[in-house]
Every structure is written in C-alpha cells, then in structure tokens.
Design a protein around this ligand. Structure first.
Ligand SMILES: Cc1cc2nc3c(=O)[nH]c(=O)nc-3n(C[C@H](O)[C@H](O)[C@H](O)COP(=O)(O)OP(=O)(O)OC[C@H]3O[C@@H](n4cnc5c(N)ncnc54)[C@H](O)[C@@H]3O)c2cc1C
Length: 380
C-alpha cells in the first residue's frame, strides 16, 4: 500500500512548527523530498508550499531564500514526533556538515519524549527451552507496530546491570535524540520477536546463552520477572511469497526461521536447515507438511566454526526451470560469506528472492561486527 496515502484523516488535531535557517534551503529540500519518496511519501505542491504526506502525518514546508518553515500535523503525539524526527534528521543529513542546522519546535508534542517506535518492556517470565536458549516473556504497551512478518527483528536496549533508572533514548525539542550519560545508557542488541500477542500486550524473545556473553546474552542469563529493557523497531525483511522456501540458520536465526515456518501457507514446500550444538538444542517447530526440517549438529566445535550450512546449501537442487525460490539465511559471519558466495551461482535473478545476512561475528562484539561491516562496505 502507498504509505503516503494511508490513514491521513480529515481530523488532524495536533501540530508543531519550526523555522530552520539554512544558507541554501533549496539544496536541502530537494534531496529530502527525493529520499522520502523512496520511503513511499507522497509529495504535492499546495499554495506554493511543499506538502509531504507519510504514514498518517503531513509536513508542510515553505521555502524561502534563507529558511525552511516547517509545520508537521498528525492525529496523535507518537505520529507527530515520528514525522518531526523524520524531517529533522533528514535536514541534518542533507545540510552542509560544517553548519549544523538549528531548529526549535513549538506547538504540540514538544519537550523531551520517548521516541514513538520505542517501548519499555517488563519481564514476566524466563524459561530455558533448551540448555543454551532462554525464552523471555515480556509485557509492553501498544505493540501493534511490532506484529509484522516482513519486519521480524527489534533493537533491544539493555540497561547496564545494577542500574535501576536507565537513560532511555529521548527525543528533544529539535526532533533529534538527546545525549545521555554513558554510565546509565542501555546497550543495544538486535533480536527477533519469536511470539507476539498484540491483544494481550505480550511478546517473547529467544536468547542464545553463549560463552563470552555480551550485554544481550548476559541479560538472558540474569533476567527475572520485573526487569525492564527497551525495544525499538521493528526492522528487517522477512517472509516473501515463493513456490519454494529454503531456510538456513544457526541458533541466532532459529527464532526467525521458526516464526516464518509457523506462518507459511499450508501448501508451502521447501527445506529448512538449522545448525545447533547437538540434539538437546533441537526444538519442535510447527510447519507445513511440505517443509522438510534438518538439524545439523556441530558437536563440540565452536559455534560458527564449521561449514555445515554452506554444505547443506550445496545439496539443494536448483534447476534453471525449477520453482521460484525464497532463500533466507542468517548465521555467523563466515557462514554468511560462504552462503552468499555460493548462492550467487544458484539464484536466478528473474525467479528468486533472497535475504542472506550475518547475525554475529565470532570474536567480535556486535558494535565491532557492525563497524567491520561498515568498513567493508566503504571499501566496496
Ligand atoms: C537481525 C538480527 C536478529 C537477531 N535475532 C537474534 C535472536 O532472536 N536470538 C539471539 O540469540 N540472537 C539473535 N541475533 C544475534 C545477536 O544479536 C548476536 O548474537 C549478538 O552479538 C548477541 O549480543 P551479546 O551482547 O550476547 O554479545 P556481543 O557483546 O555482541 O558479543 C560478545 C562475544 O560473544 C560472541 N557471540 C555473539 N553471539 C554469539 C553466539 N550466538 N554464539 C557464540 N558466541 C557469540 C561474539 O563473537 C563476542 O565474542 C540477531 C542478530 C540480528 C542482526
């Protein structure tokens, strides 16, 4: 659906405005509009102003020689703040880097506020579903935006241990995130929503309990009812319709594969290969009869050290005139690289879709993994 046209009613009630002084405002407005169109915004001209409609909110931007005058309107505070931040962050992105644009929003929804895509979750229960997997159940509020099969993962904000009042992310009057003290700032890790019940305001996440635990795994080891963490998102790309499905994952991708298997149409066919340590780590996964599931055991070898998933991919027939295929793979970085390289020989661009990603990197924290990926992308 066209996100710009969606649900903007005639009864817009809240508004916030700012003037953003710029040396060359037109040179910022143009890329801003081009970029937002890629995110399904609808851009129109009204009385000489540019009007951006996106996700149930509207921004009117009047261009002069020295400034952009922006008014954002939306039916609720969360949507208002989201649009305000969309405009503010992209103005900063497209303005010259040596002159940070100043903005002070007035009107509704001003003052520090939690970002609209952010929720505070409270632990309600912890269950060891296998020796190295903890299912943690949470209660939250207003979870509808996280219930999407095409955006399965979230960013968890894990407070440092022993900090009772964490500095949750807050949006300031300029629409941008406020700085926060490092000692109380949560650390961010990506996880997959394994189960969600919007009506009951609950969700569950499966955490791998691994050695050399960082904040994510350490939280799962110590979590108990009443603990709080933050959540933002959702993100990523999930299930796509195809005539055949091929899923490859280690334990970190298992929650996503499980969720996709549960939600495939009854007649779906394909194969799922999941690498775990041994038979004690296997789980009963609900799936259509046509989806074969193979558990791959690495035994005592370190996670991410064996080519089990790429070897499994090599066994799959991929005839030129075979069914259209959706390949989804998530694992440690070395397996990801091997699967991505091997899949290039198999995938037929006109028939197949794929998502092949690294979920973690052996010997690197998530921050180091993300930094390394950025450096590799910059090298080309
Ligand atoms: C989109 C996405 C969705 C994800 N979903 C899930 C999920 O649902 N459940 C889940 O458990 N993980 C999931 N992951 C993987 C998870 O984010 C990483 O494993 C993350 O590094 C864990 O953070 P940490 O704080 O425990 O360890 P870090 O601080 O990131 O790392 C500390 C050390 O632990 C090692 N390490 C990290 N992960 C593992 C592992 N799995 N096995 C062995 N050693 C490891 C690192 O190499 C490093 O040496 C997902 C990742 C992505 C990108």
């Amino acid at each position: 659906m066209d996100r710009g046209a969606k649900s903007l009613t005639e009864t817009i009630m809240l508004a916030t405005s700012t003037r953003i002084a710029l040396a060359n405002p037109a040179s910022v407005l143009k890329p801003l509009c081009e970029h937002l169109v890629e995110h399904e915004a609808v851009i129109t001209e009204q009385d000489g102003a540019t009007v951006i409609t996106l996700d149930g909110s509207r921004a009117r931007i009047d261009l002069s020689a020295t400034a952009l005058d922006v008014t954002v309107e939306a039916p609720d505070v969360a949507t208002l703040i989201e649009m305000k931040r969309t405009i503010a962050s992209h103005v900063v992105e497209f303005a010259p880097k040596d002159a940070a644009p100043q903005m002070r929003w007035t009107g509704d929804g001003t003052g520090p506020a939690l970002p609209p895509e952010f929720r505070i979750l409270t632990v309600t229960g912890v269950e060891r579903i296998t020796p190295h997997m903890a299912r943690i159940r949470f209660k939250g509020e207003n979870l509808a935006r996280y219930d999407h099969l095409d955006a399965l993962h979230v960013r968890l904000f894990i407070p440092p241990e022993d900090v009772s009042e964490p500095s949750w992310p807050m949006v300031g009057d300029d629409g941008l995130l406020l700085p926060s003290p490092a000692e109380t700032r949560p650390l961010v890790r990506k996880y997959t929503i394994r189960e969600i019940d919007v009506a009951a305001s609950t969700l569950a996440i499966d955490f791998v309990l691994h050695e050399d635990a960082g904040p994510g795994s350490a939280f799962a080891f110590r979590a108990q009812a009443g603990d709080r963490i933050g959540m933002a998102g959702p993100g990523g790309r999930g299930l796509k319709a195809a005539e055949r499905y091929v899923f490859l994952a280690d334990e970190t991708g298992l929650p996503a594969v499980a969720r996709m298997l549960e939600n495939l149409p009854e007649g779906a066919v394909g194969q799922a290969f999941i690498e775990v340590a041994d038979a004690r780590e296997e789980q009963a996964l609900r799936r259509p009869a046509g989806m074969a599931l193979t558990w791959l055991h690495r035994g005592a070898a370190a996670p991410g050290s064996l080519p089990l998933l790429q070897d499994a991919l090599a066994t799959i027939d991929w005839p030129a005139d075979g069914p259209s295929t959706y390949l989804w793979a998530a694992a440690e970085y070395a397996a990801f690289k091997a699967i991505r390289a091997a899949s290039r020989d198999k995938l037929r661009p006109e028939r197949d879709q794929n998502l092949v990603v690294s979920y973690w990197r052996s010997g690197a924290s998530d921050e180091e993994h993300v930094a390394a990926k950025k450096a590799e992308a910059a090298k080309g």
